[in-house]
Design a protein around this ligand. Sequence first.
Ligand code: ADP
Ligand code: MG
Length: 711
Amino acid sequence: MNLNTPIQSVSRIGPVFQKKLNRLGIHTVNDLIFHFPIRYEDFSNITAINKIKVNEKYCLAGKILDIKTSRTWKKKMYVTEAVIEDKTSAIRAVWFNQPYLTTTLKQGDNIFLAGKISLDKNGVFVSSPIYEKVSPNPTHTGRIIPVYPETAKLSSRWLRYILKPLLSELQNKIPETLPSKIIKNNGLLPINQAIWQVHFPDSLVIAEKAKSRFAFEQLFLIELAVLSQRIKLNTQNAPQVPFKIKLVQDLVSSLPFKLTDAQRKSTWQIIKDMEKASPMSRLLEGDVGSGKTVVALISAMSAVKNGFQVAFMAPTEILAKQHFDETSKLLQPFKIKIGLLTGKQDKIISQKIGYRIKGVWRPEIMEISRTKLLERTAKGEVDILVGTHALIQDKVKFGNLALAIIDEQHRFGVKQRAKMVAKGKNNRALIPHFLSITATPIPRTVALTVFGNLDLSVIDQNQKGRKKVITEKIFPQYRKKICAFVKKEVKKGNQVFVICPRIEKTENENDKNNWNEVKAVTEEHSRLSEKVFPDLKIEFLHGKMKPKEKAKIMQSFRNKKFDILVATSVVEVGVDIPNATVMLIEGAERFGLATLHQFRGRVGRSDKQSYCFLFTSDSVPNTTRRLQALVKAKNGFELAEKDLQIRGPGSLYGAKQWGIPDLAMETLRNLQLVESTRKQAKELLTESPNLKKYPALQAGIANLSLQIHLE
Ligand code: ADP
Ligand code: MG
C-alpha cells in the first residue's frame, strides 16, 4: 500500500463507496488522506451521568441495561431505545431509523455514547448519540473526533472507520514533501505526524498546528510556482522597445490633461520594462476612472513609434469601441493606424480603421473589410489593433507585435490571456510584452501570491479636479428625501444609476439561478417609472439580456437618451457615463465591499459632484462596519484590505477564479506569513533554480498548476 494505491484496493472500500468517493474527486489513497475534516467534536472527557445538563454535548460511558427497537405506527419510524448505566446513574439513549443497532449493541455491552442531552415527557435522554463499544483506543467517541464535510452521502462515521486503520497502516510511511530546513525554520509538524493529527488529533491545539502545516505547504507551493514561472519568463526573448524620451514627452504634452504622478510613474515603469530583452509581465491596477487607459496608450505609442504593433483587448464590444474611440482621439496628432476588430467568429459586426491620409486627419472612420484588416495586421501595417476576444482567433496574425494589453483582465480566462501572448510568437519566437489592466483592488497578500509572478504598477491617486464621491448609508425612512434629491439631479441634466439587490429565490420559484435578479430589476423599474418618478425616463438592464441589447441600452444611456438606469451588477464593468452623478444601491448589505466600490466608481467621472447612496435596512454590526468602511476608505486598496479582514479571503472579488485551495486561502489574511514564505521560496529557488534538488516540491507544483490560475 502506498499513496498512489487506488481506493478500491483499500480493504473495506467496496464498489458502492468507491463511487461515492470518486464523486468527491477521491481516487487514490493520497486523495483520501487529504480529505480533511471541517471541524472536530471534543469527546475526550467522559462525564458521569449524574453530572450532565440538558442541551449540552457529552461523552458518557456505561453498560447497556436494556435495548430494543420498536416501530411507531403513527410515523412509521423505527425507534431504538436503550438504557445505559454508569457508577453514578442511568440514562436513556434514543435513535431513529437505525433498526440494525440492536444487532450491533447488546444488553450487557459496555459502550461509549457521545451526543446531546435532550428532554421529553419521560425525562432526559441522549438523542441519536454516536456509539462505540468501550476500548482503550476508540475511534468515534472518547476522544477528539473529526467531522468531515458530509457530501456525496459519506458519513463522518464511515470516513473515520476507513481512515483510522488506513492511517495506522501508513504510519511513518508517508514521504515528507517539504525540505527539512523549511520544516525546522517554520516550526512545522512533519508530514506523518501532521496527517495523523489532522484526522485524529490529541488536542485541538495540535489539530490547528497540523492544519497550518498544510496551509503553509500550499502557500509555499504557490509562491514557488509563481516565482519559478517568473524565472522561466525572464529567460525568454521579447522585442526590445527603446525608450525615446522626447517622443514620450511630446505625447504627454499633447494630452488634453495633466497626468497624475501615479500615472507618470506607471507609464515610466512600463516603458522601462519594454526596453528589456525579456518579456514584461505587468499588472496595472487602479480604481475605476483613475485613468489607466491613457497609461496603456502612451506605452502603446512608445512601441508603435519604434515600429512595432500593439494589441489591445477588452472584454466587451462596447468597451472595445470605447477604447478605439479614445485611442483615435488621443493619438490623433500622431500618424498612426488604429484598427477595431470585434464580433464573434465569422460574424462581422464592424471592422473599422482610422487613417491619417496625406497628413490630413480624416475624422470619419474608414470602414474596410475584415479580410483587408486582417491582411494589413499580418503585414504589420495596423499599428494598434483594438478589439474583443476576436483578437485571439487563429486567423488574426501580427507581423510585429511588441505589446499585448488586456483590459479588465479578470474577465478573461487564463487560456485567452495565454493565446494573446502567443500572438507574438510568429515573429522570430519573440514573446510580446504583456500588460494586464484591472480595476480590482488587490490586497498585498494576494499580490504576493496569486499575482506574485507579475510586476505591479499602481495608480492610487485621483485625477486633479475630480471630487470625491459623497457616500452615505441610508435607512429606509429617508427614502423620500433621496427621491427628491434624485429628481433635482435629473433636472440639472444629470443621470442616475439604481442597482437592485439580488433577491433570494423563494421556494416555489424554479429559477435555475439561485437569485432572481431579473424580477428584482423589472419590478423596481415599474415601481420607479409608475409610482416614484412618473415624469422621468427610465430603462433597465440585467444579465439575462442579450449582449447586443445590453450594449444598446448602455450606449443610449451614454447618449443621454434617458435619465435613470435600473440595473443589476452587470453595470460594474467599465463603460464610462461621465454624466451620471448618482449611484443608488438597494440592499447594499448583499454586495461585497469591492463590488460596491466598483458600483460607486460608475459615478464621479467628471468634475461634477457625485453621490453614492447605500440603502440598507440591515443593522448587524458586520454590515455597519463594512458600509462604514466604504464611506470612509480613500481608495479601493484600503477597502480590499478591510474586506479581507472583515469577511475573509473567500469573499474577495475574483477569488473564485484564482482556484486557490481553501487552506491556503486562509493564509491570505496573514501578511507576515505570506512575506516570509515568499522570502523562503526565493531562497530555495536561488539555491536550486529548477528545484532539481527537491522533486517532491516539483511534483507539488505540477499538481497545483492544475488548480490554480497562473497568468
Ligand atoms: P479607467 O482607469 O477606469 O480605465 P479611464 O482610463 O477610462 O479610467 O479614464 C477615465 C477618464 O479620465 C477618461 O475620459 C480619461 O481621458 C480621463 N483622464 C485620464 N487621466 C486623466 C488625468 N490625469 N486628468 C484628467 N482626466 C484624465
Ligand atoms: Mg478602463
